[in-house]
Every structure is written in C-alpha cells, then in structure tokens.
Design a protein around this ligand. Structure first.
Ligand code: UGA
Length: 437
C-alpha cells in the first residue's frame, strides 16, 4: 500500500479517547512512529496491557499489531512525547457546556503543556472538534507560555470518522481537510497523508474548523429532514423507505443518511449542532434552521413513544423489551442514545423493562437502574407486550420471529430503525409499527 518514498514521521497524539486511539493506531499502521498520550494514567496502564476502553471493530488488533511492530506506544508523559515528535495532534474532548458552547479547557491545558515542552520546530494539529477561531487561541497560548522564541505552526485537520467504522473511514477517507497558515505545515500534513491517496482540501485554519461543524450539522439536518418527511408519510400512507430511495438516487441528494428512525444521537451530532448554533449566535446570526433540526430530532423519539402508548394503552405494569442500547450499531457508546430517552420515559410510566445490546451492556449496567439486563434478544422478549427495536445491530436483522411470537405475551414490534418489513411481520401475526410507514 505504501510507496517506497513515503515520508514517515514521529507523531504524538494527545488524548487516547475514541478519536485519538483510532488515529494513533492508523498513523502507526501507515509506518509512522506514534506516541499516544493521555493524562489518565489508569487508561494508559490499561492500554499498555492491550485493553481497549471502547469497542471499535478492528481497533484491538490494529493496536496490538503496531505495538508489536514498535510503531505505537502509550504514555502519560506529554513533555517527552512532544519532544520526540515532529507532528503533535490534539485529540482531547470538547464536551458541551450547559449553554451548548464547547468546553475548550482540555484543549487549552494541552496547548499549555505543549508550550512547556517546546524545544524545536513542531507542527501542532487540532483534531478535536472545535469552534472556528480556536486555532488562533491555541497559537496564542503556546506563543505566550513557550520558553524562548521557538518556531512552531498550528493547523486544523478535522476528523470525519464514524464510530463503528472509524478505521476504514481513516484509511479510505472521502477527503482530508487541512487548514494551515504556512507552506511548511501544508507540506508536512500532505506528506503524512500521501499514502492514503485521498483528495486533500487545503484551506486556512478558520475555514477547516468551520468545515467540520458544517459537515456534522448538515448530516444531522439530512436525517432530521427525512424524519420530518416520515411524519407526512405516516399521515398519508406513503412509504418513507421508498421516498428515501427515490430521493437518494439523485446524486445531488445522495442515498446515505436518509434512513428515518428515532433520531440521531452519539457524542458528535448533538454536541456539534448545539455548538454550531452557539457559534452562529456569537457572530450575530440566528441559525434557526439548526434549532429546528434539533427540535425534529427530539420530537421523533417522543412521537415514537406516543405511538407505542396508543397501542398498549396503559404502560404501567406492561413488559417491554428493548433491543439496542448503543446510539448506533457497532459501538458500545451510549452517549445521547435515543434509547436512554425511551428507557427514562417508560420507567417514569412504570413499565417493566428487559433490555439487551450486543456490546453496550457493560457500560449500560454502570448507570441504568431498574431494568433487567438480558443475555440475548430471546430472553428480553419473554412475556413482553412490546418489543422495541432501538438500534439496528446486524444480529437483530436475523431474529427468529416465529420463536419470538411464542415468547411474547402480545406480539407487538415497534421498529425504531425500520429494520423489518411490516408485511413479513404482519404475515406472522405481529402488530407492527415502523417509522413513516
Ligand atoms: C459522526 C459523523 O458521521 C462523522 O463524520 C464525524 O467524524 C463524527 O460524527 C464526529 O464528529 O466525530 P458518528 O457520531 O460516529 O459520526 O455516527 P453517525 O454514523 O454519523 O451516526 C450519528 C447518528 O445518526 C446515529 O444515532 C445514527 O443512528 C443516526 N443516523 C444516521 C440516522 O438516524 N439515520 C441515518 O441515515 C444515519
């Protein structure tokens, strides 16, 4: 895959969360020497013993392989990592504050740490999703606290990795965006990414930062749009899946991210849409479109629950099975998962819940109370008056519905991800509701 003359770099990636760990392992795979740094010593110890904190397909093997090849190491020593590296990625968390604004204190802390370690030219790259103009602040911070007049560049290189497909998204990207201020920074990043042979969009730093927020907000808008159309479908008897197909084949629209469901969650869309609304407000622009996008998303799960209630009448004492806890398949991430909303509301109504997820159970057990965690889907649906499909895991696609029918008290499937066909389940004697059909 690699051309012989590809340049290899010493790279530090600060932050060993979802994003940091994936880019560390992938950059190591490309032949660079990577130090993955985190100030959480416990996490670093775990990683050193090859325990990956989050489920991401393929990641554990990639980490093992590159540690063995001595291309990847873990450390909590920021200073040493900075000094040993040519390129330093900042990939720490930027969680949302109460008002939607991104909390950039971790980014500042890392910028300060880098300033203290700076001993020769370094390229410092923001990977974390940050509001436009953060690059300027990072530069200011490093310049202010650095000891001596040492040359450095700051760049922005937003990530477009989807959880659950992060490694292939990294290795086969649609595009790479680099926001730079100098030719030196541009050529370093171009050389780093050359092996991927992907289109590279070179911009200034502010533009690159904005591309990230605009991209995530646009994708969230696309989903909310199709979810809004699903409401019209429900009222008119049209079929949302066919509408999406008919729209998506137009290349200007595109097929992806047109799957109607109980809405978007995760650690990115909710936070980034909020942050973008906040950023716009600060510039004096009221991004009402995005406020509505957020509103549609919340309405979607409420409406789904209303429809379940309509069918079951009284929820108190009803047995409800929930399949899928993670915010989407192929991850154990529960952050902002629409399922958490459903669980809270159903418990509020005193329904009895039996839940199952192929990967997210351990994480869920740490904070979800008053539900029965089940070994598999069949245990979850035992005695149920309703089976809610909340996450479109592959293993839920091929359930044995004949068996499920015998296990449930009332054969009712509420399909929050349009995973099943209403005619198929109907012919087996199930009451079925999907989204927009
Ligand atoms: C998203 C973006 O897709 C990535 O490009 C970006 O890098 C990442 O955020 C980030 O900022 O770090 P991710 O949050 O992992 O990635 O998940 P997506 O695959 O985008 O799904 C987000 C949510 O939308 C999920 O809850 C999913 O179920 C929902 N979704 C997605 C739909 O409801 N319908 C669709 O058609 C697609």
């Amino acid at each position: 895959m690699l051309a012989k003359n590809d340049t290899k770099f010493n790279v530090a990636v600060i932050g060993a969360g979802y994003v940091g760990l994936v880019i560390s392992a992938c950059l190591a795979k490309l032949g660079n020497k990577v130090i993955s740094v985190d100030n959480n010593r416990k996490k670093i110890e775990l990683l050193k013993s090859m325990k990956i904190p989050n489920y991401e397909p393929g990641l554990e093997n990639l980490v093992r392989e590159n540690v063995r090849r001595r291309k990847l190491e873990f450390s909590s020593d920021l200073k040493r990592a900075v000094r040993k590296s040519d390129i330093i990625f900042i990939a720490v968390g930027t969680p949302a504050k109460e008002n939607g604004e991104a909390d950039l204190s971790a980014v500042e802390r890392v910028a300060f740490g880098i300033s203290q370690a700076l001993d020769a030219y370094k390229l410092i790259v923001e990977k974390s999703t940050v509001p436009v103009r953060t690059g300027e602040k990072v530069k200011e911070t490093i310049r202010r606290y650095a000891k001596g007049d040492i040359e450095f560049d700051v760049a922005s290189n937003p990530e477009f990795l989807r959880e659950g497909r992060a490694i292939s998204d990294f290795l086969r990207p649609d595009r790479i965006v680099i926001g730079v201020e100098s030719k030196r920074a541009a050529s370093l990043l171009k050389a780093l990414y050359r092996p991927l042979k992907a289109p590279i969009v070179v911009t200034d730093i502010n533009t690159a930062e904005l591309i990230k927020h605009a991209s995530n907000s646009f994708l969230a808008t696309k989903i909310s749009f199709i979810n809004a159309v699903s409401m019209i479908c429900e009222k008119t008897g049209a079929n949302i899946e066919e509408v999406a197909l008919g729209m998506g084949l137009d290349r200007r629209i595109g097929k992806e991210f047109l799957a109607a469901g109980i809405g978007w969650g995760g650690s990115c869309f909710p936070k980034d849409v909020d942050a973008f609304i906040h950023i716009a407000k600060k510039t004096g622009y009221n991004f009402r479109l995005l406020e509505e996008v957020r509103h549609v998303n919340i309405f979607q799960r409420r409406h789904f629950l209303e429809r379940i209630k309509e069918e079951l009448w009284i929820l108190k004492g009803k047995n409800i099975a929930i399949l899928g806890l993670a915010f989407k398949p192929n991850t154990d991430d529960l952050r902002e998962s629409p399922t958490l909303y459903l669980i809270n509301e159903l418990l509020e109504e005193e329904a009895k819940l039996r839940v199952y997820d192929p990967q997210a159970m351990n994480k869920a057990k740490k904070f979800i109370r008053n539900v029965k965690f089940c070994r598999d889907s069949y245990e979850a649906v035992k005695g149920a008056d309703c089976m809610i499909l909340a996450t479109a895991w592959e293993e839920f696609k091929n359930l044995n519905f004949k068996k499920i029918k015998t296990l449930m008290r009332y054969p009712f499937v509420a399909d929050g991800r349009n995973l099943y066909s209403s005619s198929q389940l109907g012919s087996l004697g199930f009451k079925y509701i999907g989204i927009g059909k």
